[in-house]
Design a protein. Sequence first.
Length: 214
Amino acid sequence: MDEIKEQIVMAMSDLDLDTLHLGVQSLVSKGCDAHEIVGLLQQGLLQVGDRFARGDYFLADLIVSGMMFKSALSLVIADAPPPDSSNSRGRVLIGVMAGDIHDIGKDIIVQVLQTAAFDVLDLGVDVPVEAFIQAAGNYAPNIIALSGVMGGSLLEMKKVVDALAEAKISPAVPILVGGSCVSDLIIENIGDVHYAKGPVEAVEFCESVLEGLK
Ligand code: B12
């Protein structure tokens, strides 16, 4: 199994779609944990990012890597049960910061929250501050989740957080931030927010908020 895992990371990094699909299908059929497979795909994408930063890859390669990740992910989640909104545990509003169109990570968070029976309103990518305020007013979320990958997204997160506080939406509605622009070490710079590294921690956080409301 370890050899296939290495193959998956390399295939993602080398943009080799056929090998990637074969590897993922093989791990899925062996019953490998979905989170582990997503982690391997992410390791490969990190290498793509490094190769892009070194000038070995170009924008077209980044685009291909994003498409490959999504198609490999569809193999991983093919058997996942459809989200059940009849038994909703709470509402989460989510979006990617203005100026940032990276949605692969955000989509994983949405998928996992829905599978965990949360209702999610997904505002998509490149979301202006005002759209968060308006949606928060209309949708009455229990949690507001902000995603960002670009360096500039950190500043955008602070703008959204300040605007939500000014509109008196937070701190009553807690704000969860995530994405590779942020870490637990720097959230103090954004304001009164919580941080989760990945989908498992995001679900745990949302569950703890809903538990506190009971
Ligand atoms: C694929 C990709 C693209 C694709 C995106 C496709 C898509 N639909 O998302 C495309 C081609 C569009 C793209 C474009 C660009 N990209 Co790009 N891209 C990447 C790449 C290779 C992978 C990103 C990714 O999807 N990772 C996998 C996901 C699963 O990881 P993730 O986002 O971190 O999400 C996980 C966690 O962070 C967390 N999470 C995410 N969101 C949230 C939210 C919450 C609430 C929580 C709790 C957790 C959470 O959970 C996720 C699952 O574990 C990265 C390389 C890298 N090192 O990341 C560069 C990278 C992010 N891109 C970069 C750049 C520079 C660009 C461009 C400017 C290139 C250009 N010259 O035009 C444009 C920018 C466009 C824009 N305005 O946003 C830089 C960013 C540098 C920076 N820090 O500012 C990187 C780091 C590459 C590099 N090393 O230079 N890119």
